[in-house]
Write a protein that binds this ligand. Structure first.
Ligand SMILES: [Zn+2]
Length: 209
């Protein structure tokens, strides 16, 4: 079931008011595609197209707020110490394996970020003890990101996406990492597609102070 478009827009307006500017969104596709947005998006043009990482770059006095929507995938937020560059990244199984984390770090570096000085924050996601997958799928992802190989609490093959993201951040040279270690499937404060089935998402948003 899809969300009602008017309600989605109304909720996004509420978030804009809370954040204090128009928030930039992505049409998320489980890819490694990164887009860059400069300055605050104009009203009605807040969706930046198909991508799974959105880099916001300061233009004039304003750095755009960028958002990622998740339901079990990892919402990863990044920022430079001065807030001139921010990023919101959508990391699920496919994005992790196709390298969306490292692709985002490359774009941030190309825009002038010093990667070891970046701040990174991982929001709640499904954890490695809950994300059951077929054995062949676990091997396929672990071949690219070994740290993502896991086992469920009930002993079957699993993927640990947050562990994979943490490993890729470390490999990329990011040292200042915060992880909200809450599982969306186990913790009912968060929406979980695997638990709840029906549509629903929650949002990670980053903006400079
Ligand atoms: Zn869990």
């Amino acid at each position: 079931m899809d969300d009602d478009e008017d309600r989605v827009l109304a909720n996004r307006e509420l978030l804009d008011r809370h954040v204090g500017s128009h928030v930039a969104w992505m049409s998320q596709r489980h890819t490694a595609r990164v887009r860059t947005v400069r300055g605050e998006p104009s009203p009605g043009r807040t969706t930046q197209g198909e991508c799974d990482a959105l880099v916001g770059r300061r233009s004039g006095a304003r750095t755009p707020a960028v958002a990622v929507m998740v339901a079990d995938c990892v919402p990863l937020l990044l920022a430079t110490p001065d807030g001139a560059l921010v990023a919101a990244v959508h990391v699920g199984r496919q994005g992790l394996a196709s390298g969306v984390v490292l692709a985002t770090l490359e774009v941030l570096a190309a825009e002038g970020a010093v990667v070891p000085e970046l701040y990174a924050s991982l929001g709640p996601s499904i954890c490695g003890r809950c994300y059951e997958v077929p054995a062949a799928l676990r091997e396929e992802v672990a071949a690219v990101v070994p740290a993502a190989s896991g086992t469920t609490a009930w002993g079957t093959p699993a993927l640990d996406i947050p562990a994979g993201v943490l490993a890729q951040l470390a490999a990329g040279g990011v040292r200042r990492v915060q992880h909200v270690d809450a599982c969306t499937r186990e913790d009912e404060r968060f929406y979980s597609f695997r638990r709840d089935g029906v549509t629903g998402r929650f949002v990670g948003v980053v903006r400079p102070a």
